[in-house]
Write a new protein. Sequence first.
Length: 239
Amino acid sequence: MNNAQNVLIVEDEATLLETLEYNLSRQGYEVCTAADGPTALEVARRERPDLIVLDVMLPGLDGFEVCRVLRQEMNVPILMLTARAEEVDKIVGLEVGADDYMTKPFSMRELIARIKALLRRVRMTREDVAAEAGAPETEEDQLELGDLTIDLARHEVVRGGEPLKLKPKEYELLTFLVRNRGIVLSRDVILERVWGWDYGGGSRTVDVHIRWLREKVEPDPANPRRIITVRGVGYRMEE
């Protein structure tokens, strides 16, 4: 039985695509490829890859739009590549659902390390969920905060009786905040505990995900009363 993980590479530069395919295959990954946006969507839906390496500048549909569409359909980790270094590109990539971001030119060794880190975090999350699902009923099967209920076994969040549709990282972030309610948490601490010490992105990632969470758990996201900003430090989840 073949247990190799499947990586989809989406890149329109033929030489780079070939190089990425060669190096990832040598690392033991099964590799599928696409050279434009529409084909990327088609291959992702057919192959259901374990991870996607996605270039921003693509013919047909750009990488941001491909990421936006895929994020609505599946929870696959997405690592975006761009030839531009502007901060706005990184922010947009994170806002449409990318999990990590690299600027060209990049080290192949670093890219492979990032891929391994993303896949490792996905595996650990799934193992945690499986362990929680098979564990006997305890107080930690659920976390509650006001009208929010986090079902750890089902990996679900309910607010006021209505289920919330959270992305995997939003769920992990909310769970971490609720477990540490009342405590001021710096962006660096949140980044390390939720994304992992080897995550290559910056603390702006935390701010983006906090904003997404507020839109889902705050009665008035513009005036948050649950996830409070502690200026110059980080965030605190109110009781």
